[in-house]
Design a protein around this ligand. Sequence first.
Ligand SMILES: *Cc1c(COP(=O)(O)O)cnc(C)c1O
Length: 376
Amino acid sequence: MKVPMVDMLAGYPPIREEIENAVKTVFNKANFILGEEVKKFEAEFAAHNGAKYCVGVANGTDALRMAYIASGIKAGDEVITSPFTFIATSETISQIGAVPVFADIDPVTFNLDPKSVEKKITKKTKAIVPVHLYGYPCDMDAFLALAKKHNLILIEDTAQAFTGKYKLGGKEWKSLGNIGHCGTYSFFPAKNLGAFGDGGAVTTNDQKIYETLVQLRNHGSKVRYHHEMEGFNSRLDTVQAAVLSIRLKHVEKWTEMRNKVAAGYAKALEGVCVTPVVPANARHSFNYYTIRFDSKAKRDNAQKHLTEQGIANQIYYPIALHLQEAYKHLGGKRGDLPVCDAVMDTVFSLPMYPELSDEQIKTVTDAVKASLKAAV
Ligand SMILES: *Cc1c(COP(=O)(O)O)cnc(C)c1O
């Protein structure tokens, strides 16, 4: 049985009519740029996360870029982030003239390790950008404490973790993205809340950051042809906002379904390989389901075996950022961030989407087990 990585159409039939009507409404009004559907979605999204403000933007990459600028990161500043993430997190740091500094990751969560971050703090450090990788919440208590102690900006890359939650101080449940100064989100189709194209957002509780973001996404202007600053053309499309409003109503249910799929995987793979362990103070959004083997050979063999059987799989991410050609000038090499090096060589991600069936889970996990038997 072939199993895809994601199946964008599996959850579509029950909401098809509602979405097609919403899109038709936008077509008929022809209010394509910053129509009322954008405002409506922003209000719904902010409410969902318990944030004061939400600004819809063109994609998750621009969300990061504009969050960095709006929260005051400038050329020459150092920004500490994870080497084990998509390049969008760091390229946007460099593109505003700041310098990405990669710290090591935690061997269990694969997220940025606060202890390693603290060692990288210098006089030039301006911000920390934890990435909730695969949907697994970062250690936000530790990052908040670090940001406070060193007076740093804290921006959460929440592209993979919308609907994820973290129990702050072991007491208060908070939506991921609503803990630091800003949270950034992507509505790329394969994320937990996917649009029918590109889209993104930033949430914040800071009025000044919010107002700057509103200007930045629209060429630095509040009033047309009056520009207090330079900005970007990076607005959330009205058609996408209309689609997102509808999908938002279902996203919690979808995350529950993802968690059920994850539980099925974990049960079937117990004692076979390392599976994600969700702590009691966190809700994982399971954008991806990533397993780890005790050697690169076993991982590579499992990957090959699954691919041969038509089971999709992917290494997120095969080359960590500090080892990428694009960051050669920063001088990173193997051994600098040993945990990250070891993790990227031994993980890979299995198919994950809400509608994945028990039969598909069995097919996938049987293939993983068979690959290990074949290896000995
Ligand atoms: C997807 C993703 C982004 C970028 O989002 P786009 O909408 O594709 O621009 C940024 N960071 C992480 C961790 C992502 O997974």
